[in-house]
Design a binder for this molecule. Structure first.
Ligand SMILES: [Mg+2]
Ligand SMILES: [Zn+2]
Length: 184
């Protein structure tokens, strides 16, 4: 059997093996859903901001994996059960999927600050888990969008580009910035 590949086929194969994941990390509260004065304790309090999936679906189309990383100390405070949190995240993922926006995974920290856990942002553990699961990763094309300094710090530590938005700000500009950076 002739195992020799034509140069063209070989290059194609090489390319397919080396495809690396581009990732956009997203905060949840204040970035995807309305940040309010109180915690989100049930599905009815989870209000998705206008046009979020419209803009994020452009990132899905452009080949980005979308990963949400969120601190949910409401769990540790006993204000919401893991079941209810799961219900919210399933609702979000399904709704966005129907709108052509694929949320690849949601990582959350359930602890309160006093737990001094390794996963609560600004710690980097949940980012590292995601990078590991999506390995190999094209780190040059990874971004974090969040409305708090604690979203930006872990990204910086891991050489991930970041965009700090205001609470409940539209994602239009951020998404355009990421898409523009690709064409360069
Ligand atoms: Mg936030
Ligand atoms: Zn934690």
């Amino acid at each position: 059997m002739d195992l020799e590949l034509h140069e063209e086929e070989y290059n194609l194969l090489k390319k397919s093996i080396h495809v690396k994941n581009k990732i956009v990390f997203l905060d949840r509260d204040g970035t995807i859903n309305e940040l309010k004065t109180d915690y989100v304790k049930k599905l009815s309090e989870f209000i998705i901001l206008p046009n979020v999936s419209k803009y994020l679906s452009k990132l899905t189309s452009a080949g980005f994996k979308l990963i949400i990383i969120t601190n949910q100390s409401a769990v540790g405070r006993g204000l919401i059960s893991l079941d209810e949190l799961d219900k919210i995240h399933k609702f979000l993922t399904k709704k966005f999927f129907d709108e052509k926006c694929i949320i690849n995974k949601i990582f959350f920290c359930p602890h309160v600050p006093n737990d001094l856990c390794p996963c609560r942002k600004p710690k980097t553990l949940l980012f590292e888990k995601a990078l590991d699961e999506l390995s190999p990763v094209d780190i040059e094309n990874c971004w974090m969008i969040g409305d708090s300094e604690s979203d930006i710090l872990p990204a910086k530590k891991l050489q991930i580009k970041s965009i700090l938005i205001k609470n409940n700000q539209s994602l239009e500009e951020s998404v355009n910035k990421i898409l523009d950076s690709m064409s360069k």
